[in-house]
Design a protein around this ligand. Structure first.
Ligand SMILES: [Cu+2]
Length: 128
């Protein structure tokens, strides 16, 4: 009787392991690649960036997938060495950022997109 319970328990255990393998795999991949953040750009008059504060930790990659909902925008970060990106309407542009120092970094649109273009900015908070 005890052997039968043990055998049934083992079967259940292996079924649970087999079911969880794909989820664990995806979790490990997402940990390695970092969190994906969807960031939508609109002219300041139409709402500006869809998020004005992004957060990450030193050394943890942050993946940002950007698109524009109207005109061509740009993406650049003050104090972070990167080639500014062009964010065309209807297309997705992805970048991965890893910060080596804590602090607040300003991200902004670097393309003239409207009279309030210079107000299109946000903060990336990098915690230790
Ligand atoms: Cu702009």
């Amino acid at each position: 009787m005890k052997k039968e319970i043990l055998a049934r328990s083992l079967v259940v255990f292996f079924i649970i392991i087999a079911i969880s393998i794909p989820f664990v795999g995806r979790w490990l991949i997402s940990r390695k690649q970092g969190t994906i953040i969807d960031l939508h750009a609109r002219t300041f008059e139409n709402g500006g960036w869809s998020m004005d504060t992004l957060q990450t930790r030193v050394g943890v990659p942050i993946r940002i997938r950007m698109t524009s909902e109207d005109v061509v925008h740009g993406f650049a970060i003050g104090g972070y060495e990167m080639i500014p990106l062009e964010v065309p309407p209807g297309e997705f542009v992805e970048t991965t950022l890893t910060f080596d120092k804590p602090g607040e970094y300003t991200f902004f649109c670097n393309r003239w997109c409207s009279p309030n273009h210079t107000r299109m900015r946000g903060i990336i908070e990098v915690m230790p």
